[in-house]
Write a protein that binds this ligand. Structure first.
Ligand code: UDP
Length: 401
């Protein structure tokens, strides 16, 4: 069996989702590894230990394991994790020696892991595939003030130059990578992310609302980490703009009370006297997400930047139309006027305008929801895993027939 090592220094698939640093990438890693496992690969996901009482080896599925390595303090902030990279690299080498393992290919996720993978692949003489998930320069351009005090851009540039393949989720990211880091055209491959279509499917709205203890009022849903780049603030202002719809409520799923962004949103909500209409619910498990999407009338994704946007795809798979900002990742998922609306300006008027149209028209919402589900059906994790397996095959690494 071909053994693949995923490296994800900062994103453990076992971490609780929706907190500041665990979201789409964690879901992606788990689903992709499981998809590759079903194709016949053995996948070990190497990540940093995040608590002292965790086992080092955690089986996730028949062919998939999560390996926790001790590298730096468990609670180290993401901004300081690059200081832990030499320790992580040493830990990975020691693990392989201790367990007599050798890998056919390394697939690294995010720039921190790219740094480790580039060194390890060279030493081991095996192919290195990398997925950045987000690119520093694109993020900075999307929202000034998000600049990072780490060697991130330099590392992304080096890893792009040294990796055998760079996987991106969208054509836009492919173009950005080429322009920003002179990424060689022939090594970039576009493989979109996916959604678990058995878990995320349309359901009875009333039943979902009862299950979640919601009232019968029309509901706008936001799901995601609470980070300024997600642009959630605009939704609080938008709700205030929906003057003819005083009963509509906004549910915000994700984050927790310790997040500065949570506190900022709570203060804004209170200052605007929207306490009874904006509910900051904190993080919920991924298993509860289908119920939230089914309960909502519309899901809104107002991000300044998304390299892909799993939340939009999950909502669509549940037959819920999506109103999203017109940014590249979301443009690759939501089709304007078909599965929802893409809003070109990050301002409350523009979002309120589109929400007003959808909330006042049951038939439109229903038909857009159907279109959304139809579009999502083509984007399963199986398709993603097959796309990634094709990239591995180009490098001579294939699952047994
Ligand atoms: N999510 C969750 N619970 C929460 C908040 C988010 O399970 O409380 C999940 C959500 O369902 C989605 C992921 O976290 O699968 C967020 O992915 P997305 O790509 O939208 O955002 P990212 O975190 O990558 O910026």
């Amino acid at each position: 069996m071909q053994r693949i090592a995923f490296i994800s220094v900062h994103g453990c698939p076992l971490a609780p989702l929706g907190a500041r640093s665990a979201g789409g990438m964690n879901v992606y890693l788990r689903a992709l590894a499981q998809g590759l496992g079903r194709l016949g690969f053995a996948v070990d996901i190497f990540t940093r230990a995040h608590g002292s009482d965790e086992p080092a080896i955690n089986p996730l599925d028949d062919n998939v394991r999560i390996i926790h390595l001790d590298a730096g303090p468990a609670g180290a902030p993401k901004e300081e994790l690059y200081l832990c990279l030499p320790g992580f690299l040493a830990g990975m080498k020691a693990f392989q020696v201790q367990h007599g393992l050798s890998y056919a290919l390394l697939h690294t996720h995010y720039w921190l892991s790219g740094w480790v993978g580039q060194k390890l692949a060279r030493e081991m003489g095996i192919p290195h595939v990398t997925t950045f998930h987000t690119l520093a320069e694109v993020k900075v351009r999307a929202r000034a003030g998000e600049a990072e005090a780490t060697p991130r851009s330099t590392t992304e540039r080096e890893v792009t130059a040294s990796a055998d393949r760079v996987i991106v989720s969208t054509i836009h990211e492919q173009v950005a990578l080429r322009q920003l880091y002179d990424g060689a055209r022939e090594k970039i491959r576009v493989v979109p992310g996916g959604v678990d279509l058995e878990k995320f499917h349309p359901g009875n709205q009333r039943a979902a609302r009862d299950r979640l203890g919601l009232n019968g009022h029309q509901t706008i849903l936001y799901v995601g980490r609470l980070d300024p780049i997600k642009g959630v603030e605009v939704l609080v202002h938008t709700l205030a703009q929906l003057e003819s719809r005083q009963e509509v409520q906004l549910l915000v799923v994700g984050g927790n009370q310790e997040d500065p962004e949570y506190q900022r949103l709570r203060d804004l909500r209170d200052a605007m006297a929207l306490g009874d209409r904006v509910e900051l619910l904190g993080s919920k498990t991924h298993d509860l997400m289908p119920a939230y999407y089914q309960a909502a009338d519309v899901c809104v994704v107002p991000s300044y930047y998304e390299s892909f946007g799993l939340v939009a795809l999950e909502a669509m798979a549940c037959g819920t139309p999506v109103v999203a900002s017109r940014v590249p990742g979301l443009q690759s998922i939501v089709r304007d006027n078909r599965s929802g609306y893409l809003v070109p300006w990050h301002c409350p008027d523009a979002f309120a305008d589109r929400l007003e149209v959808l909330l006042s028209n049951d038939a439109l919402r229903h038909s857009m929801g159907q279109n959304a589900r139809q579009a999502a059906v083509a984007m399963s994790w199986e398709a993603t895993a097959q796309g990634i397996a094709r990239v591995y095959a180009e490098l001579g690494v294939s699952a047994p027939e």
